[in-house]
Design a protein around this ligand. Structure first.
Ligand SMILES: NC(=O)c1ccc[n+]([C@@H]2O[C@H](COP(=O)([O-])OP(=O)(O)OC[C@H]3O[C@@H](n4cnc5c(N)ncnc54)[C@H](OP(=O)(O)O)[C@@H]3O)[C@@H](O)[C@H]2O)c1
Length: 234
């Protein structure tokens, strides 16, 4: 992996991913909204920004050209198909052999076999309805985006994040194919570890065409159960 592109780099997850990618010596192209380029000042000339909305097809086409891997923050902003527009542009313009890694939350299900707590179901249903009503966020569009990815023959991985917290990294999160697996019960991952897993997925062939749900490796449930879960070794 020589050069990658981070789509949506200016947010929290994006900036952590940039730190991890640069520490591995990757060249980093990136896309963020023009008004957010200033948030990247600390990276200086170590990154190459392509200012634009992440669903702008011409911007994505230019930014991903020549990249071996693409890390996409899939965010369902607004009610104009922002997440599905972003996913579609990345899938259409990625180089044929590029690894494409997308972020989302546990609420996304690939095969309908995830078992959700009542709390999560209630949150998704209430927050989803309210945010859609206010025209701020469209969770259903994130579902459309991931369904498009799951149906694609690209070399994709969809990383499903648990609840997030800030803190020093305790290492690569562990993962399972299904929410409801006891290894995930703690439902907590540090933001920098989420980013670490995204970057790790670029080069772990076992994660191609997988939708890992992740949890911090130092969390109580991971320590109790990771030995017998489909977890990534340290
Ligand atoms: N937050 C959680 O608790 C949580 C939990 C599990 C999974 N996730 C997943 O983690 C990923 C990142 O989530 P995050 O909460 O950590 O967010 P984040 O890293 O802060 O990223 C938000 C991204 O959305 C952009 N953005 C913000 N407002 C926008 C708007 N109105 N229109 C277009 N773009 C806008 C930001 O760009 P600007 O810098 O330009 O504003 C940034 O690139 C998502 O895929 C999410 O599904 C989050």
């Amino acid at each position: 992996m020589k050069r990658i592109c981070i789509i949506g780099i200016s947010g929290k997850l994006g900036q952590y991913m940039a730190e991890h990618a640069l520490s591995l010596g990757y060249g980093v192209n990136c896309v963020c909204r023009p008004e957010s380029v200033h948030k990247l000042a600390r990276f200086g000339d170590r990154i190459t920004p392509f200012p634009g909305r992440t669903d702008s097809r011409p911007t994505i086409a230019r930014a991903v050209r020549g990249c071996d891997g693409i890390l996409t923050v899939l965010a369902p902003w607004g009610v104009e198909n922002y997440a599905s527009g972003t996913a579609s542009a990345v899938l259409d313009f990625a180089e044929p052999d590029a690894r494409t890694i997308f972020s989302c939350g546990w609420h996304i299900s690939r095969d309908g076999k995830d078992r959700y707590s009542l709390k999560l179901k209630a949150f998704v249903s209430l927050f989803g309805a309210l945010a859609r009503l206010l025209r701020m966020v469209d969770l259903k569009d994130q579902v459309r985006a991931t369904n498009m990815i799951f149906a694609s023959d690209r070399l994709w991985t969809v990383v499903r994040g648990s609840d997030l917290e800030v803190g020093e990294s305790e290492g690569l999160p562990v993962w399972s194919r299904h929410v409801g697996d006891p290894v995930l019960a703690s439902n907590l991952t540090r933001r920098t570890e989420f980013a670490l897993f995204m970057v790790h997925a670029l080069t772990d062939d076992r994660l191609i065409h997988e939708a890992p749900a992740i949890v911090g490796r130092a969390s109580a449930s991971a320590r109790r159960h990771s030995a017998r879960a489909g977890s990534v070794p340290a």
